[in-house]
Design a protein around this ligand. Structure first.
Ligand code: MG
Length: 301
């Protein structure tokens, strides 16, 4: 039974299954982050972001370490060819696992200067990679190798891996972290986790209008998230936002109305949709990986 749900709006009942139970699939990470689902073998790859390892769970409940050290890999995603692409906080780069298993750095600089430490990413339907670049891999000793910040701010970048073109699309946030597009990719949502270590800093999700698939404009606050701050989040097929927070996965309608919460025993950091029907939510939280079956499906790969 799912006892741990808070209902703020009746619309949540169309999304969460009555009686659904939160399952703990794996534990033992220092800090779980960045889940990505592989339908080919019903498995999840996720980062032990502070433990400097990459982990793998499959539906036979086997858990393994597939990369150690992982250069403080954080957010993970898949490109249109199914390859794993990831943010490396340690290498301060976007990296990709090639078909031979080797990891390749796709981009680590903008205008000749090193990126801060890419944290989370997504792949748009045109195969461009959009990623956030807060400085946590520089400033936090358990999230990277340190170093000097070379970029003047923490931006969201658009990177074209075919052309090698990179430029910032969002420059007005303090610590951009998670990001997702609306189902039709007309909106870009970005979370700001500045409150994590900046007193009074934002702890909200902003939304921007996407222009020509290349730029964004008209940024505004979509939802203020508390307790804690929103780290990674995802959008379902109806445009609802499922976001991590200190005590739960919180659900917001596309109009910004809070629908409710699914409480998680550990602090959630990120999540992704998966399962054969794409209606299973995999959640990284604290030391662990959790899952819950929903009545809605994700839109991302
Ligand atoms: Mg993150």
């Amino acid at each position: 039974m799912l006892e741990a749900i808070e209902i703020s709006d009746d619309r949540i009942s169309t999304l969460v299954r009555p009686g659904a139970s939160l399952q703990k699939l794996a534990t033992g990470a220092v800090q779980s982050e960045g889940p990505v689902y592989f339908h080919e073998d019903d498995s999840v790859v996720w980062s032990d972001a502070h433990g400097n390892r990459l982990l793998h769970w499959n539906s036979s409940n086997n858990v393994s370490v597939i990369r150690n050290p992982s250069d403080y890999q954080s957010g993970n995603y898949r490109d249109l060819e199914g390859r794993l692409v990831a943010c490396s906080s340690g290498l301060r780069a976007i990296i990709r696992r090639e078909d031979d298993g080797e990891w390749k750095t796709l981009v680590d600089r903008y205008q000749g200067k090193r990126l801060n430490s890419p944290n989370d990413l997504l792949v748009k339907s045109d195969n461009t990679i959009w990623f956030t670049d807060p400085p946590y891999g520089i400033t936090e000793p358990n999230q990277g190798y340190g170093g000097e910040q070379e970029q003047p701010g923490s931006y969201v970048y658009r990177f074209d891996p075919v052309k090698g073109e990179i430029y910032p699309v969002v420059t007005d946030m303090v610590r951009p972290n998670g990001l997702a597009f609306s189902p039709d990719e007309s909106l870009l949502y970005v979370s700001d986790t500045a409150a994590f270590n900046i007193p009074g800093g934002p702890h909200h999700i902003r939304v921007y209008d996407v222009v020509d698939n290349r730029y964004v404009k008209n940024g505004r606050v979509f939802a203020v998230i508390e307790p804690g701050q929103p780290d990674g989040f995802r959008v379902d097929e109806h445009g609802n936002i499922f976001t991590s927070s200190e005590d739960s996965v919180q659900i917001y309608a596309p109009d910004g109305t809070k629908l409710g919460k699914i409480f998680i025993p550990e602090t959630s950091t990120n999540l992704t949709f998966g399962g054969k029907k794409h209606d299973r939510l995999f959640i990284t939280a604290g030391h662990s990986l959790y899952a819950i079956d929903l009545n809605t499906r994700g839109v991302q790969l």
